[in-house]
Design a protein around this ligand. Structure first.
Ligand code: AHG
Ligand code: MN
Ligand code: MN
Length: 313
């Protein structure tokens, strides 16, 4: 007979996990609501006949349509939900108020990350940051929770509300069931994810990459930030980099919509996230669409990156 702990572990779904973790009710409901929305976005991806997405000609509209429709679904699901005040998304030019104005939380969203991969059937995802109060004063350490949903062979949801980082798998009954609790990265990993073109890298970044290659790291890069980060979490270590480039000192990825939520999740799993020097969570954004270089993953690799980038080792 399985012992009780195994039996309960089998049936710990997202809501129960958050309740057992003592997360306050409105935040539990918000995280749950976003999880439900992930199912609608997944349905939209399927019905969009993915073959229509990712083309450069008129089908480029279809790809953009998928980004926009994912944003519409997310925003409308949270509108007047009673616990979301403001909403900012990679697909919108400005912050929008979607509540009465006195709700506890506000949301940042990359509604569909990696949409250019839809036609290849590679995994893509949704990235969410959850803040207390209005978004206008996103400063230091005011992100209270973060989550992402991966649309791959399985639909998985990873969240943290400041008490560790945990993964759930959507089962056939439509429940998010706990699969990995308190994910903790090792000090050092064995995979690296490299963004940007090699010809555009700065010398100190190139030297750091060569250092990792001499140490035998294996290259894992899909072009989707969500699955690439998810791989580092689930494999318990490694590093994802999208560096400053010769033509763009800020790299490519968006500080608010992509980097801060992932930095929160990785930090809650014992990892680190910097722009090569500063902690991502400590960077005060100057604008909504601000981009930043990113070095994120297990401690050894991120600290080594800082050495190469600051001391030009
Ligand atoms: P999005 O689809 O939200 O615009 O994000 C795409 C991002 C991110 O998912 C990924 O890490 C990066 O683009 C890949 O960039 P490259 O194609 O330059 O490698
Ligand atoms: Mn993105
Ligand atoms: Mn996107």
């Amino acid at each position: 007979m399985e012992n009780i702990s195994d039996a309960t572990k089998l049936f710990v779904d997202l809501r129960r996990h958050m309740w057992m973790a003592g997360i306050e009710m409105e935040l539990r409901r918000l995280i749950w609501q976003i999880g439900v929305t992930g199912k609608y976005i997944s349905a939209k991806i399927h019905e969009s006949n993915r073959k229509l997405a990712g083309f450069e000609n008129i089908y480029g509209e279809e790809q953009l349509a998928l980004d926009r429709s994912s944003d519409d679904i997310l925003r409308n699901q949270l509108k007047f939900s009673g616990f979301v005040r403001e909403y900012a998304s990679e697909e919108l030019p400005d912050i929008v108020q979607i509540g009465r104005g006195d709700e506890q939380y506000s949301i940042t969203a990359d509604p569909l990350d990696g949409s250019s991969l839809v036609d290849t059937n590679l995994a893509i995802g949704t990235i969410i940051g959850i803040y207390k109060g209005p978004l206008c004063d996103i400063g230091e350490n005011d992100i209270v929770a973060a989550m992402y949903i991966t649309y791959g062979p399985l639909i998985t949801l990873v969240y943290s509300a400041g008490k560790g980082t945990h993964e759930f798998v959507l089962n056939r009954e439509g429940e998010y069931v706990l699969s990995e609790e308190d994910i903790t990265l090792s000090e050092k990993g064995s995979i690296y994810s490299l963004g940007g073109l090699r010809k555009d890298w700065l010398p100190e970044h190139r030297k750091y990459v060569e250092f990792l290659e001499d140490e035998g790291y294996k290259l894992r890069y899909s072009g989707g930030f969500v699955p690439d980060i998810n791989q580092i979490l689930i494999k318990r270590g490694g590093i994802f980099m999208y560096p400053a480039l010769k033509e763009s000192a800020v790299g490519k990825l968006r500080l608010i919509f992509e980097l801060k939520p992932m930095a929160f999740l990785i930090k809650q799993a014992g990892g680190m996230a910097t722009d090569g020097k500063k902690d991502i969570l400590k960077i005060k954004p100057e604008s909504l669409d601000q981009r930043s270089p990113i070095y994120i993953g297990s401690r050894y690799e991120v600290e080594k990156a800082r050495e190469f980038l600051t001391k030009g080792r």
